[in-house]
Design a protein around this ligand. Sequence first.
Ligand SMILES: [Zn+2]
Length: 337
Amino acid sequence: MASPEPEQVFQIDESPDETAISQLRKKDSSNGSNDEQGEEVVNILELGIDPTTTETGVANPANQMEDGDTDKNLEKEVVKKDKKKKKRARPARPQVDPSQVPERPPQQTGNVFNIWYNKWSGGDREDKYISQTKAEGRCNIAKDAGYTKADNIPGSYFCLFFARGLCPNGKNCNYLHRLPTITDIYNPNVDCFGRDKRSDYRDDMGGVGSFMRQNRTIYVGRITVSDDIEEVVARHFAEWGDIERIRVLNSRGVGFVTYVNEANAQFAKEAMAHQSLDHSEILNVRWATVDPNPLAKAREQRKLEEQAAEAVRRMLPPDFLEQLNAGALQPAKKRKT
Ligand SMILES: [Zn+2]
């Protein structure tokens, strides 16, 4: 018999083998940029900012002409913006045939409907049977993601069924059908699906997680042992958001995946629960325990602070940022490309 999977494995900080991630990042910049760009544009459009104006405003010499011409330019840009909006926005596609789905209550997260918060709570458990069974569906971001009713409502949560590849509602869903981004920020008491976190992790590190700690790392167990585990894990988990680092224990079939954003880790944990990678394994996906290494702790703290600052920056209007930058000693000409 194969050696049993260790119950709790601490994250290991020595020799972080990040080659697979950097390879993946390269791949991303060459072909996968579409997705990310789409995401970016949608976000900017939601804020009512035209992403093209800042760029062209600097680069286009026509802007330095007299007032009459600038007006025309503005008009052109508005038209461009409209076109872009039409081209980019795509309705979410139903992931399963609605007629094949048995009548389901509007259950997003649990077993108790809380009328004060208009959502479900509880439901934070997994039984033995489910954990031995392969997931019924699998989300395909490239094909399934799109706008839903939830995109017009600020503070909407992500669709748990979408993450699991099982939402029949498509664009009519009341939850978001896309990947979380850095600007999707929720109350620390809930996850991106609107489920209540707890003060403590469950003993098995499954479930929704704890509000005492921002956890961006998921533990992936029961991976079929092979020489290329790291590449396999990187390939499958990159679908759910930007990955900061991946560490694997090849011989044990175990990996740790750290996402840049907490919400993407939450999404990935649901999306990959009981899925298979390149073989017919049934993954065991849980929250990672705290890395006891003090260096790692300090790094995590720094990272969270940077991230919060970046999120705020992205939500500020561009003219305000301009002013901020102009006031600084060295005007940072950092623009999103
Ligand atoms: Zn849905």
